[in-house]
Design a protein around this ligand. Structure first.
Ligand SMILES: [Zn+2]
Ligand SMILES: [Zn+2]
Length: 144
């Protein structure tokens, strides 16, 4: 393997600092209701990483989390309330929100849970009805 690039991330106030290293397994936009209501946003720009690639450098005791389901541990900063990442233990991946790693060159591959979309994005990327088959979804594509 060649040298891996390290990207810095932080919460809204900076109390929590972390890094991601290398390349994510997948990146894109999630339109599911859980992401939207948790983020209070019309979609979630995600980057999915091997959990070993995500390292908290500072402020780990300021991280709190909430599990609506066993498959999503949503982590945020207790000081500012800013969101950091979601751990998906069943997939062995951690979703680092693209917005909190500003130097990472976000290049979305895909839209997931597009059947729940309220903000339609006409970018020509594949729109999965729910999730890819390998992630336990139908693998079905739907129109933009
Ligand atoms: Zn913070
Ligand atoms: Zn989602």
């Amino acid at each position: 393997m060649s040298t891996s690039t390290v990207y810095k991330g932080s919460c809204f106030c900076g109390a929590v600092q972390f890094t991601v290293t290398g390349k994510p397994a997948l990146q894109g936009y999630c339109h599911c209701k859980s992401c939207k209501t948790w983020a209070a946003a019309p979609a979630n720009a995600f980057t999915l990483w091997d959990p070993k690639s995500v390292n908290v450098a500072q402020g780990s005791d300021n991280i709190a989390s909430f599990n609506k389901t066993a498959n999503s541990e949503r982590c945020w900063c207790k000081v500012c309330g800013g969101h950091l990442f979601s751990k998906h233990p069943s997939m062995e991946l951690t979703d680092v929100y693209a917005a909190v790693i500003p130097d990472f060159p976000f290049e979305p591959d895909i839209h997931v849970h597009y059947q729940e979309a309220t903000l339609h994005i006409y970018d020509g990327l594949p729109k999965m009805k729910d999730l890819p088959e390998e992630a336990g979804g139908s693998g079905e594509l739907i129109a933009e």
